[in-house]
Design a protein around this ligand. Structure first.
Ligand code: GLV
Length: 319
């Protein structure tokens, strides 16, 4: 009997229809994340596991799966939820979903940049108080990003490049740091600089680097202290890249003008101090949540699983 594909959570309707069209046995979780026990039971005996970023794939889970597991396909571009070394040692291919979510994630990054700098959420909250108001020249004034502001991109991968393209359309000066680029060089209107220059010169700093042991708390109190007090910090990567306590302190101290976070250090828990921090816009990890994008992410993960099960190379393996 063919080993089933285990899918830890319900994907979009289109992705679910795609999975069904493969005609292979499937075992499907529910919309909510599985408990650890449900995850272990679900993956047992599977040939492929399609998981989301809410599932931790480690040694113990791989052991629970048994010898038949060939591939773990993450429905995300980030894969810090998966112990890739353990999977590789167990002969299990790991895949992610690069490319298909670049535009949606860059769009949301820009939505947050504009929401924070142009005080969209402040304005919405203010109106809902019911306080009398009248247009005023000093009312809810924010930063004009298109009047010569500098965007700094920390992590110039595919999503960083998509954010840079949007920033150029807003006439922003764009700086970036990336391991693969040399400071002092430029490409497509983006100037590559070292990390200290990026921190010091950005009016808006967009964090887009994956979470690794090297990038955990890359934006800590020392990094925040190097930023302009008039700058904004936007994180659409992973919560762990930013030291939330340091950010909260900086916002209360006025050492930063504002911030926006789509991701959190201890997701799904949100530090209650973030809810009270001034000039902070929050969204619940929805940067890739466009309809077409979520379909494409699910379908790519399914195709990765199916390819490996059929003895073919994965489409987008993690290397
Ligand atoms: C979402 O956060 C992803 O990594 O795809």
């Amino acid at each position: 009997m063919t080993a089933p594909i285990y899918l830890s959570r319900l994907l979009t309707d289109r992705a679910m229809a795609h999975l069904e069209s493969l005609g292979v046995p499937v075992r499907v979780g529910s919309e909510a994340p599985p408990s650890r026990a449900e995850l272990q039971a679900g993956i047992r005996g599977a040939g492929a596991a399609i998981v989301t970023l809410t599932e931790r794939v480690d040694d113990a889970l791989l052991a629970a799966a048994g010898d038949g597991l060939k591939v773990v396909a993450n429905v995300a571009v980030g894969y810090d939820n998966i112990d890739v070394a353990a999977a590789t040692a167990a002969g299990v291919t790991v895949t992610n979903t690069p490319g298909v979510l670049d535009r949606a994630t860059a769009d949301h990054t820009f939505a947050l940049i504009l929401a924070a700098t142009r005080r969209v959420v402040d304005g919405d909250r203010f109106l809902r108080t019911g306080e009398p108001w009248v247009w005023g020249p000093r009312m809810l004034v924010g930063l004009d990003i298109s009047a010569g502001a500098t965007l700094g991109i920390l992590g110039y991968g595919r999503i960083g490049q998509a954010v840079a393209r949007r920033a150029r359309a807003f006439d922003m000066t764009v700086l970036a740091t990336a391991r693969s680029r040399t400071p002092g060089t430029a490409e497509d209107g983006v100037q590559f600089v070292d990390a200290d220059t990026l921190l010091a010169e950005s009016d808006v700093l967009s964090v887009l680097t994956p979470l690794t042991p090297q990038t955990r708390h890359l934006i800590d109190a020392a990094a925040l202290a190097k930023m302009k007090p008039t700058a904004y910090l936007i994180n659409t990567a992973r919560g762990g890249v930013v030291d939330e306590s340091a950010l909260i302190t900086a916002l209360h101290a006025g050492a930063l003008r504002g911030a926006a976070l789509d991701v959190f250090e201890n997701e799904p828990d949100v530090d209650p101090r973030l809810l009270d921090a001034p000039n902070l816009v929050l969204t619940p990890h929805i940067a890739s949540a466009g309809e077409a994008t979520r379909d494409a992410m699910g379908i790519l993960a399914i195709d990765n699983a199916a390819a490996v099960l059929a003895g073919k190379p994965a489409l987008t393996p993690v290397r």
